[in-house]
Design a protein around this ligand. Structure first.
Ligand code: PLP
Length: 414
C-alpha cells in the first residue's frame, strides 16, 4: 500500500487492527484514528468530525496544520531537511535568537523531545557544579507528583511511583519533596543538593497550581544556597498559560528552562535554555544530538513562535482562557456533588471530579468532543490557543449533556 493520498485508511477498525497486530502495547488507546486536522477540528478514518480540546497534549498550540507552519515545513522540505551539527544551521540559530530575545535565557541547546530537554538540563546542572562551581554536590530536588519524561534519568526525576515501577535500578541523584510546601523544601536541602527542578504548574500530575509566590520563594532559596533553578516548561510553555513561558506571570526567572511539546507546532523538537553563566559549563563535546536543531524542526519552530508572537495568539489564549474558566465554573456550580474544583491558567484548565474521569472522556468522544483525563479524576482541557469562544460554547454544551446523561442527580455514576 502506498503512503500517498489523504484517504488511504478505510476505517478506524482497519487502523485499530494494524496497531493491535504490530505496535508495542505501551499505550491504552481510544478506538478512533484521527487522520486529518484543521484548526481545532480533527477527522477520524470513518470520516467523523471532532472538536479537539486535547491538541496532541499541548503540542498543537496553533491548531492542526496552521497555514504558516505548513508553509514553512513545505518550503523547508524542498530546501534542506537535515544537515549535521558539524555545520552551522541557520534556522536553528534564528530560532535560538527568537527564544533568547523573548526569555530570560542567553543560549539554547536543541534536541527532539521533552525528556531529552530535561536530560540535557540535568547534565548541564551536574557539569556546572563540577566545571564552573568546582563543587561535589550531585542531588537535584524534584517534586512529588511531578512529571519530567520517560527516559531512565527523567523517570528518576519524576515524582510518581507508578512511572518508576519495574525499572530498577532507578538512577540516583534525585530527592522528591511535596510540591508547594516550603518547610519540606527547606528541610530537604542538604550538603549534596545542587539544584531544584520543577514544573511551574504540574501538568500530568493534575494541573496543580502553586501559591502565587511559591516560584519566587524557590528563586530566593536557590540564590541563598547557591543552587540552580530549573523550570520544566515542556507542557506549560509556548503560550499555553497566556504568557510565552508560564513562569513569566509569576515574576521569576530560572537559570535553566526546558521546552518541547508546543515548540514545533506539531513537529518533534525540544530545547534547553540557560543563562550564559550556566551555559558556559557546556563546551564542544559535552553534549550532542544528531537530529537536535535540524533544519525542518527549527524552521517549524520559528514559524510557530513568530505566529504566536505576531498574530495575537497570547491575547486570544488569555481572553478565551478566562471564558473557558468561567464556563467550567458555571458548569461546576450546577453539579456541586460531582465537581471538586476548577483550576488552571490560560488555556490549561482542569476540572477535578469526585469520580473517575475516564467514562466522561469516552462519552464526550462519542459526541464528537476530545478532552483528556489525567491523575484519574482530573478532566484536562488543552485546546489550541487559537480556539474561539464559540468552540468553548460547543465544548461546554457537550460536557453539560454528558454530565446530565451520565449522572442521575449530579451525585454519582448511574
Ligand atoms: C510531556 C512532558 C515531558 C516529556 O516530554 P516527551 O516529549 O514526551 O519526552 C516532560 N515534562 C513535562 C512537564 C511534560 O508534560
Amino acid at each position: 500500500m502506498g503512503v500517498e493520498g489523504k484517504n488511504m485508511w478505510k476505517s478506524n477498525e482497519e487502523v485499530r487492527d494494524l496497531t493491535e497486530r504490530y505496535v508495542m502495547k505501551t499505550y491504552g488507546r481510544f478506538p478512533i484514528a484521527p487522520v486529518r486536522g484543521e484548526g481545532c477540528r480533527l477527522w477520524d478514518a470513518d470520516g467523523r468530525e471532532y472538536l479537539d480540546f486535547v491538541a496532541g497534549l499541548a503540542v498543537c498550540n496553533l491548531g492542526h496544520c496552521h497555514p504558516r507552519v505548513v508553509r514553512a515545513i513545505r518550503e523547508q522540505a524542498g530546501t534542506l531537511l537535515h544537515v549535521s551539527n558539524l555545520y552551522h544551521i541557520p534556522w536553528q540559530s534564528a530560532l535560538a535568537r527568537t527564544i533568547v530575545e523573548n526569555s530570560f535565557g542567553d543560549r539554547v541547546f536543541f534536541c527532539n523531545s521533552g525528556a531529552e530537554a530535561n536530560e540535557a538540563a540535568i547534565k548541564l546542572v551536574r557539569r556546572y557544579e563540577h566545571a564552573i562551581r568546582g563543587g561535589e554536590r550531585t542531588e537535584i530536588l524534584t517534586m512529588t507528583n511531578s512529571f519530567h519524561g520517560r527516559t531512565l534519568t527523567t523517570v528518576a526525576a519524576t515524582g510518581q511511583e507508578k512511572i518508576k515501577k519495574g525499572f530498577d535500578p532507578i538512577a540516583a541523584g534525585f530527592r522528591h519533596v511535596p510540591f508547594d510546601d516550603r518547610d519540606a523544601l527547606r528541610e530537604a536541602i542538604g550538603e549534596k543538593t545542587c539544584a531544584i527542578l520543577v514544573e511551574p504548574i504540574q501538568g500530568e500530575g493534575g494541573i496543580i497550581c502553586p501559591a502565587d509566590d511559591y516560584l519566587s520563594f524557590l528563586r530566593s532559596v536557590c540564590d541563598e544556597k547557591d543552587l540552580l533553578l530549573v523550570f520544566d516548561e515542556v507542557q506549560v510553555g509556548i503560550g499555553r498559560t497566556g504568557t510565552l513561558f508560564a513562569h513569566e506571570s509569576f515574576g521569576v526567572a530560572p537559570d535553566i528552562m526546558t521546552l518541547a511539546k508546543g515548540l514545533g507546532g506539531g513537529v518533534a523538537i525540544g530545547a534547553m535554555v540557560a543563562s550564559d553563566r550556566v551555559a558556559a559549563a557546556f563546551t564542544p563535546g559535552s553534549h550532542a544530538s544528531t537530529f537536535g536543531g535540524n533544519p525542518l524542526a527549527t524552521a517549524a519552530g520559528l514559524a510557530t513562535l513568530e505566529t504566536i508572537l505576531e498574530e495575537g495568539v497570547l491575547d486570544n489564549c488569555r481572553r478565551v482562557g478566562r471564558y473557558l474558566r468561567e464556563g467550567l465554573e458555571e458548569l461546576a456550580g450546577r453539579h456541586p456533588g460531582l465537581v471538586r474544583e476548577v483550576r488552571g491558567r490560560g488555556l490549561l484548565q482542569a476540572m477535578d471530579l469526585a469520580v473517575a474521569g475516564g467514562p466522561i472522556v469516552e462519552a464526550c468522544m462519542s459526541r464528537g468532543l476530545l478532552i483528556n483525563c489525567t491523575a484519574d479524576t482530573v478532566l484536562r482541557f488543552l485546546p489550541p490557543l487559537i480556539v474561539t469562544m464559540a468552540d468553548v460554547d460547543a465544548m461546554l454544551a457537550t460536557l453539560e449533556s454528558v454530565f446530565a446523561s451520565t449522572f442521575a442527580d449530579g451525585e454519582g455514576v448511574v
